[in-house]
Write a protein that binds this ligand. Sequence first.
Ligand code: C2E
Ligand code: CA
Ligand code: CA
Ligand code: CA
Length: 281
Amino acid sequence: AKSAGKGCYRVFDREAHAQRLKASQLEAQLPLALKQDEFEVFYQPIINLKSGVVKGFEALVRWNHPQLGRLSPDQFIPIAEETGLIQALGEWVLQTACAQMSAWHGMVPGPAKPSINVNLSARQFAQPHLLKSIQNILHRSQLDPAYLNLELTESCIFNRDQETLRLVQQLQELGAYIYLDDFGVGYSSLQYLNFFPLNGLKIDRSFTQKLNCHAQTQAIVRSVISMAQALQMEIVAEGIENYQQTHCLSTLNCCFGQGFLYAPPLSGADAANLLTQQLSF
Ligand code: C2E
Ligand code: CA
Ligand code: CA
Ligand code: CA
């Protein structure tokens, strides 16, 4: 048993080493990948839980790596943050997603136009030209800012100071909406709601997944939702995988959700197909 234990450690070491090696390879390749157009934005539908209608999409980036295949953001976003490339990558995602949504609006008649949610990382949020860059992107893409939702994590607005508050307000003055992402994962979510004039919040997947069986989780989510409603915030639940969760969220008055039950993140072409199908209902 002892020697097997030792063997396990060796395997573990080797894996850790391989992972570090891969990370440093990805780090070296990241700048060129952006120039060579290896990134792709996928779109996960956000659904009105009562009607089933698509309210909008969350933009989620992928890296189509020439040797390793399609990489998920967890494999390269942290590296992009460390190296600072997240600035350029984040701008590219924003530009691509806004231009895509603007094009989709061209094919959707009437007022029921879908919105686009884009994730901003802490480092991006801290860059001095963020406001100007978003302004330029909105101008270039001709997207009505009322359809842009920016998803911030607690790490973006960690500093509850006047400067951060001002930036949030300026983004809202552009016409965009500010969502707090991964709600419930951090330590002091409630203090953020109290300090920043937020427009929406996304209930983290870890809560959604415990809803079925956990009376305590239900109680927490219920009070988060009623509080957010009192603040006139929109609520979106992440990671819905079964109808029990949808049912539970509906009884707790959560209007919107996304998850594999409805659709995984889709390529631009598949998301466009979904919108077209919906139009012909
Ligand atoms: P997130 O913002 O919490 O996004 C939701 C993640 O949950 C996505 O993972 C999505 O594919 C996954 N998901 C959706 N529905 C389900 C479900 O029913 N079950 C489960 N188990 N998972 C579900 P993804 O696409 O791998 O993205 C991971 C994270 O990477 C995102 O988490 C976000 O924090 C970050 N990310 C993705 N794209 C960008 C980006 O363009 N910029 C920045 N800064 N971060 C990004
Ligand atoms: Ca998100
Ligand atoms: Ca999340
Ligand atoms: Ca997130």
